[in-house]
Design a protein around this ligand. Structure first.
Ligand code: GUN
Ligand code: FE
Length: 416
């Protein structure tokens, strides 16, 4: 059993923050037992880790990032999605055939997630099975929680970044067999890159594998208009882009997330809601690649589950704090043209970053009873003024803070 003390802030619902000034979190078997303003007598004898005037908040969940795009972060921002993939992204990912290269760059990628306060991530690797295993091993060493996907793509790609259908399937199964029970916090996830780079046979087999092993699925959906038209040409008889994944049991048959979802039709939104498929909102990437502004209010109102993704290197920031800010800013741009379409509030953004996204991993992202204790301890002494409220302090950290303000990180009850 463990007790931490400090200024506790979390969101159990979209609408409001729970704030406990100088409060206590009791942790038992790595899970939150309770949060208290006054410590119950039964715990009085236990040692307390006192974080004094610091803030204690849930860890950040990044539901969509590309580990092999680490070197391209902050460069190559002058094209939209399809030429960006062809000219910058695919050639970089092809280098991960080389496991030494993978080891070096993946270590730096994970360090960057850690620095920025991400405690759990859902990551794309590349098509290469050995480097994908290295990424999983490195996540395990770091103490962070992660789902890691070997990417599947057997058509419409570069000759250096191409796999035969059967190799793609066999390599995927090999990784699953080796890693499904190997680590408790790092797990495989089925990862068709997106519809244009996957043959029908590949999609069909991946759907079967996801169901057979009860594994989650991640992919991209409706990011860019050129991409959407391409999917229409490739699948003229399927009613929507989402419908293609659905046809192959890759849309909520098991836990599923879809990155971007900028240009969904009403039919697709309903399907996501009915199948419990997560939207991963990647605002920095959508701005950088000129993909569009995801209508977050509409999606929230429709009841779809939402998390945030950095989508590095489409996104240039590893920080889920900064992702919150971009999401709020983009929602305000939409609101400025349509005042019925309310912008995202700070508590809504915080909920999406913590409990909303965290739910993909289980009971993660809140300090309610039974939740895994994932937390950040924030020293904001360089940012705050004495008369700030705790929520003003948090807002300032979200807008202006960086990795230097994060002094401790817990994942599943363990200080990492
Ligand atoms: N769609 C297919 N692959 C990718 C990728 O690597 N990044 C983004 N942003 N979109 C994609
Ligand atoms: Fe992506």
């Amino acid at each position: 059993m463990k007790i931490v003390k400090g200024n506790i802030i979390f969101t159990s619902a979209y609408e409001k923050f729970e704030v406990i000034e100088n409060g206590y979190i009791v942790i038992e078997n790595n899970k939150v037992k309770g949060t208290y303003k006054n410590l119950p007598k039964e715990y009085a004898e236990l040692e307390i880790i006192d974080y004094e005037n610091k803030l204690i908040i849930p860890g950040m969940n990044d539901l969509h990032c590309h580990a092999p795009q680490y070197r391209n972060v902050g460069i190559a921002m002058d094209k939209e999605l399809l030429p960006w993939l062809n000219d910058y992204t695919f050639p970089e990912e092809a280098k991960y055939e080389d496991t030494q290269y993978a080891k070096e760059v993946y270590s730096r990628f994970i360090k960057e997630l850690y620095k920025n306060g991400t405690t759990r991530a859902v990551a794309f690797a590349t098509i290469h099975k050995e480097s994908t295993k290295i990424l999983m091993d490195l996540f395990k060493e770091s103490g962070l929680g992660a789902y890691v996907g070997k990417v599947n793509m057997d058509r419409n790609s570069h000759e250096d970044l191409f796999e035969k259908t059967m190799t793609s399937i066999n390599d995927t199964i090999e990784i699953i067999e080796e890693y499904k029970d190997k680590y408790s916090l790092v797990k495989p996830i089925i990862t068709p890159r997106f519809v244009p780079t996957c043959s029908d046979e590949l999609l069909e087999r991946l759907g079967e594998i996801a169901e057979k092993y009860n594994l989650p699925v991640q992919s991209h959906l409706s990011e860019n208009l050129g991409e959407i038209n391409w999917v229409k040409e490739l699948h003229p008889n399927t009613s929507s882009y989402a419908g293609v994944y659905d046809k192959y049991n890759l849309f909520g048959s098991t836990k599923t997330l879809m990155a971007h979802c900028v240009h969904l039709t009403e039919e697709e939104i309903n399907l996501m809601k009915n199948r419990g498929v997560y939207v991963v909102h990647c605002p920095t990437s959508n701005a950088n690649l000129g993909s569009g502004i995801m209508p977050i209010r509409k999606l929230l109102n429709s009841g779809v589950k939402i998390g945030f993704g950095t989508d590095v290197s489409g996104g240039h920031s590893f920080s889920i704090f900064k992702t919150m800010v971009y999401a709020i800013q983009l929602s305000k741009l939409l609101w400025s043209n349509d005042k019925d379409n309310d912008f995202l509030s700070l508590s809504e953004a915080f909920y999406i970053a913590t409990k909303g996204g965290g739910s993909f991993f289980g009971k993660v992202g809140s300090f309610e009873e039974g939740y895994d204790f994932d937390a950040l301890v924030i020293d904001d002494s360089d940012l705050c003024f004495e008369d700030y409220t705790l929520l003003e302090r948090l807002e300032k950290v979200i807008y202006l803070g960086d990795d230097r303000n994060i002094c401790c990180r817990y994942v599943n009850g363990r200080l990492i």
